[in-house]
Design a protein around this ligand. Sequence first.
Ligand code: ADP
Ligand code: MG
Length: 309
Amino acid sequence: MNKKNVLHVKNLSKTYFKDSAKSIVALNNLNLEVKEGEIFGLLGPNGAGKSTFINILSGTTMKSSGDVNVWGFDIDKNPRQVRASIGIVPQEINVDPFFTPRKLLELQAGMYGIRKKDRITDTILKLVSLESQSKSYTRSLSGGMKRRLMVAKALVHKPPIVILDEPTAGVDVELRGNLWDNVRSLNKQGVTIILTTHYLEEAEKMCDRIGILNNGKLVALDSTDNLLKKIQTKKVKFTVNKQVNIKSNIFNSLKISSNDKNGLSVIYEKSKININDLIQTIEKQGINILDISTDDGDLEDVFLTLTKN
Ligand code: ADP
Ligand code: MG
């Protein structure tokens, strides 16, 4: 059965105007769709436009042009229905330190106009494993717990889509696992998940599909498996007797990870560069190659080659 799309984004652009002299194009003609029930990951380096995208969905940033449709609702015509359809976990933690998790969730539910008898505070506290902290002051919670409380806050109105912006930034490894478990169990209950992260290993494990954003443009959009198959990257390390003079811009897709008198390490797309060309470039400089080691790349390398400027 074909799953329906729950998010349509068409020609979405955003330009920030700092002052009359300076403008920043944060999103440049973005097109993408997200399917019901999937975990979609939006990846990209700092400044790529990920938060701008999410803030447009949440209604805190105005788009410059383009169309956004969430759960069948147009963001311009039905902004309230759009907001009701999504739960947003923003990048910055903003929870009042003097409220308890329970109080916070009750207040949030009140803001959405949910009647007392329809509230699901206990269920949510359980889902994010904060039952035993439900009566503690928020300021006494660890960073990971606060982050989970942010997730909880996004769930009070039972949104069918949950969007998380860098949910594991600043959360230690153990608690990150815990948070991802929460996200997975939400997804198992049928909630569509859209997330941004720069932990590529986690994206590789979590996401059904991935979009890679660079300078406000999508440079890849595919299933995680296809992305890894299609963009076959190679990591090569040349051990040399003196430093190679090489600029990444002489080869399409070449990313230089390190270069000094002992060696040159590069990552590139197999289909775009032949290793012989690299060897020739080095030898033409009268440099001896003492050793070459190669390795197939992972998502991190795909990401690096695609977002190289
Ligand atoms: P990401 O979340 O991928 O790191 P952002 O969406 O935060 O990227 O930022 C994209 C670009 O837009 C950056 O160049 C950033 O400096 C700029 N930007 C973001 N928010 C604002 C703003 N409120 N005013 C001006 N420029 C902004
Ligand atoms: Mg961001």
